[in-house]
Design a protein around this ligand. Sequence first.
Ligand code: ZN
Ligand code: ZN
Length: 749
Amino acid sequence: MSHPEPLPGTNPLLCSNCQAWDNPHNVFRQQIPHSGKDINAAPLETLAQHRDCLLCQFVCSAIEEARTAKPDEFDRLDEIVSVGPGFIVQYDDPSNPDNINKSFYRPPVGENGDPLKCVLKLHIHGHHAPESVIDPRRRQPKLTLEVQALLFYDWPEIHLMHIQRWETPTFDVQLVKSWITHCHSEHGDHCKKLPVTPPQGFKLIDVENLRIIEASESVRYIALSYVWGSSSTGRDLQLVRSNLAQLQRCHGLDKSALPDVIVDAMTLCTDLGERYLWVDRLCIIQDDPVSKHWQILKMDRIYGMAAFTIVCALEGSHVPGIPGVNARPRRSSLHSRKWSYHSDGYTVEPDFYGVVDRSIWNTRGWTFQERLMSPRCLYITEYQVYFNCPQLLFQEDLGGISYSRATNSVQSPLVNVWDATMRKHYFDYVMDYTSREFSYESDVLNAFTGVSNVLANHMRTDFSFGLPEKHLLRAMLWEHIEHGQRRQGAPPEIPSWSWATWSGPITFNLAELVKEYGVLVRFHIADPHGKIRPLDMEENWFGYTENEKGQTVGRMPRYGVMPLQYDSDILWRSCPHNPWNTPNRAALNAEASVLARKHPGCLIFNTTVAHLFMKRCQNSSNRDRMVTLDLCDDKSRDIGHIRLSDRWVNKNIDVRRPKRFVAIVLCASLLRKYRRRGILRRRPAGCDLGKNVWKLCVMLVRQRRTCLDSLLICFSGRHCLVAERIGIGFVDVGLWHRVEPKWKTAILV
Ligand SMILES: [Zn+2]
Ligand SMILES: [Zn+2]
């Protein structure tokens, strides 16, 4: 291979292939990334021979580093490498959030001689690529590395003098401080208008005097959110009753006995000029069940009151400590993620969602509310740090302020849970929460307490077993996404109607399918002391509430797809369970009330109960492991549908020996869209489309008999039913009579 000699009048620090880089206007003129031709396409070994060329050597060393980390992806040295123009990371005015991330191409060289901060795209094409200029629009490279680079040009002649990697190996404390200050001074109350006094017995670490203090008054502090690691190092000091006095003494806290992550968090606090830190294992007395329970109940306040929360959002589970603090190395940006662009092609997007959402930290049950309740978070990843408040998202390698578009996602850091929380959010939260993992399944409700505290306040309701009482009917319409099993180790008192009893993610597809719903049952609940109280539920009849005499208004509302009111009336009058006869069925069966006291947490209510059969729909799909089944009467006529897991169906339904199942009515519903998701696939004969929008939401249940129950059932089985949840489905209002439903008092355990 020849060493290309630079042409006269060109830059001797670049080979002839790379001369275009001598003037940044040549290579960054393409304003839109991915457009334009790559330059310097050549086999890697050729680049390696250009020992005097700044760019060739830069490319080789970056690829060498990547190869060392992932040898499988670079099998051959004769692979063709090309360098895409990449883009310049530059802002017009970092202090003005409205005026950022604007351009890839501005006058690229500052007159003050600042290096050009840019990202170069190295495309690896494989060894059979033609050794010519490669047009990336035609040919997808096998692999693209995005390398952060600083290009140093001299001025005013403009010649490339030097290239180096641009990494941020340790925290830029001043930068982080400036973000926090910016939020405090510019956003003020909008980002933090939290009330409140700390919970009783609230403790903090005084990082200055290395001690635990009791914080009775509101004092500025930082909270830590992290994943408890294994204690293989033996450095697992935690606060217990026996060491409380010792740890409260000045310098009583021995750093060498603490896990790395806590030592690093303390260092970070000091660096940021903060004095107090809250860490669960040192601020909650771990062997004092009473005070521990009290603190857990107040988790929303603890995270909500913190000035900000340090979040250790790491991808790996074995990373010791906090990368970038106490001289701990961070990972090279080369292994991080891809820079992403907004569709306008001129804007670099923050990669916050990708990195933080993928972290181990974000898969854990406890961290869900810690994230949600913290109005301001300093996220630490293996690569860099982010700071987010309800207004802005700051990203270290974007240098300054990074404006993030608001989304409606729960995960959006821009939703301030303390500000606006609605029923819709509840659904989103539970769906996210149930997809998480717990070290101890018994924590499933504890780790949701902070969220339910805040929601309870916004929705003006109490919560029972993770469900808002006021909207219990709707909240009970959750569905499994996959086969759900009893959560191993969950507290036994959680009833089957609560999602918390079951492991695995759930959805609220059905609840969202229901456009309007009407109350057809009145719930009572048995408290742990055996007292039965009525639930304060939203009384709803398709948007019409009870009148002042407590009578349910029987008028039907009008919607685009609604049948005439006259038809609706006739249809509903034909249904054995309707809005007119519900109020007359308020009195609970006396024996059922006695029985219910034996089942704390159960719901007791009068409803219609029927036996029915199930059969698989012919076209049911097994894609997401849930299948749709027809609910049928004893003549095998369809009356409705339900979705259950394939596994459950295989175990419980035998085509040759049809088995009867029990269904109970929960509420009336007007569906948002006919035939969505296959659940309302077919229209039963004799029902026109108009009338068919009316559905009864039914719960398929398994009848339960205990020794005690069976005695009582002898007397009252005809009038009451002890049962647990199997699933939720719909039955056509006009067809419910076909399964001859009977009024009973149901005890849902
Ligand atoms: Zn070169
Ligand atoms: Zn803010």
